[in-house]
Design a protein around this ligand. Structure first.
Ligand code: XLS
Ligand code: NI
Ligand code: NI
Length: 436
């Protein structure tokens, strides 16, 4: 029996449509800059929010109505839920999904039992992938919910916790490989500290790096060729997470010789929690050649935590897509909706409205970004701003033909610079608005 009997495959009906269960802008086959929107955006649905989120908050229990879910921790319930997940993703028309090991299958009393539960559900996932053609964007292991991870996983002061986490990631990698996953993500849920008086930071960082190297080695061993990602987030649940932002992650990866093996999975709400914009994070990752994939959501700037709302702001998605296109587009990565419906949107159909909104907002961002690029005015103005580096003194400096002594000589002779140009910030902001 279908879980969403009254909903058909969400169709592209064009900008004139008034149907709120249709796409007006996301037309999967339409080409933008020579690539289909499907391939540019590589939309992905997350299992944890969409199929496990109940809408609970610190002040009250979940509100979500999910008739297919009996609320039990049985493998049977998990298998049924997996079929429903694929019905949803197929009707939505998203080509990918992502999950944590413990989202899809219940944790058992022992590691062996947990692995067995996971294998049972993975069988269903394999069948559903084959039936629908939907693929796994990335897998990951939940190393933060179970109380054993209270002090962290790879950064726990308890070496047995490190070992348990290693065993769990080993299995998650095998499963991701079996499902043909395009990637594997590490989000350091509790890899940080609550209190520096009880924390040996350098030792914890060494352990985290060792852990990631073990993962890279094991991927090689089993022939998993998917892309590894590290997902920055500054805090929550810990007071400080080591992977706090793109720059901190890059520094860590470089220090521990991991830069060749991991790219970044950037999430909008994590960027804002870190005091940055998503555009900033994309530029930091992109300029280092480490822009891998994005967790598409948005926070509420009036609230101080990770609200993980669906993106609805076209200005934001335009910025995202401009940076993504600039750095060569998404390859192994995708636009992964790490987002949840709010507690008051408790009906199954709200899951469709939420995802349709996110997809539409990104589709518009993509088209606007492509229009900005095609027009070329922004690029031209940017080039002009740096024109002093294109010839004469600037070109000589870039070519390494100068030192402090030679530059001092030039400036002593000139006495003062010839003058600066306006940054034209308001004009550029107006220019961007003219495309929206
Ligand atoms: C939590 C993170 C998490 C990761 C996957 O804030 O966004 O959901 O994406 O572990
Ligand atoms: Ni995320
Ligand atoms: Ni998040």
């Amino acid at each position: 029996m279908p879980a969403f009997p009254e909903i058909n495959r969400i169709a592209f009906e064009g900008p004139q449509s008034k149907n709120l269960l249709a796409f007006r802008h996301y037309n999967a086959d339409e080409k933008v800059e020579g690539r289909s929107m499907r391939d540019h955006l590589r939309f992905s649905v997350v299992y944890w929010h969409t199929f496990r989120g109940q809408g609970a908050d610190p002040f009250g229990p979940g509100t979500a109505v999910r008739p297919w879910d009996d609320g039990s921790n049985s493998v049977e319930n998990a298998e049924r839920r997996a079929r429903v997940a694929f019905e949803f993703i197929e009707k939505l028309g998203a080509p990918f999904y992502a999950f944590h090991d413990r989202d899809v299958a219940p944790e058992g009393a022992t590691l062996a039992e947990s692995n067995k539960n996971l294998d049972a559900v993975v069988k269903v996932l394999l069948e559903e992938q084959a039936r629908t053609g939907i693929r796994l964007l990335w897998g990951t292991a939940n190393l933060f919910s179970n109380p054993r991870f209270m002090h962290g996983a790879a950064t726990s002061p308890n070496s047995e916790v490190f070992a348990f986490a290693a065993a769990q990631v080993k299995k998650a990698l095998e499963v991701t490989h079996e499902l043909g996953g395009a990637g594997y993500t590490f989000w350091g849920g509790r890899e940080g500290y609550q209190n520096l008086w009880n924390t040996n930071m350098p030792r914890e960082l060494d352990h985290l790096a060792q852990f990631l190297h073990m993962a890279v080695d094991y991927a090689k061993e089993i022939g998993f060729k998917g892309q590894f990602y590290i997902e920055p987030k500054p805090k929550e649940p810990t007071k400080h997470q080591y992977d706090s932002d793109a720059a901190a992650c890059l520094n860590f990866l470089r220090q521990y010789d991991l830069l060749d093996h991991l790219k970044l999975n950037l999430e909008t709400n994590h960027a804002t929690l870190a005091g940055h914009t998503m555009q900033h994070e994309l530029e930091v990752a992109g300029s280092a050649g480490a822009l891998g994939t994005i967790d598409a959501n948005t926070g509420d700037l009036l609230l101080g935590w990770d609200t993980d709302q669906f993106p609805t702001d076209i200005y934001l998605t335009t910025q995202c897509m401009l940076s993504i296109l600039k750095y060569g587009g998404l390859q192994t990565g995708g636009v992964n909706f790490d987002a949840k419906v709010r507690r008051e949107s408790f009906e199954p159909v709200d899951l469709f409205h939420a995802h349709i909104g996110g997809m539409e907002t990104f589709a518009r961002g993509l088209k606007i970004a492509a229009a900005i690029r095609a027009d070329g005015q922004l690029e031209k103005l940017l080039q002009e701003r740096y024109a002093s580096w294109d010839s004469g003194l600037g070109a000589e400096i870039e070519a390494g033909k100068h030192n402090f002594g030679s530059l001092e000589k030039i400036m002593l002779a000139k006495g003062e610079i010839s003058g600066n140009r306006s940054g034209r910030q308001e004009m550029l902001e107006n220019l961007i608005n003219s495309y929206l």
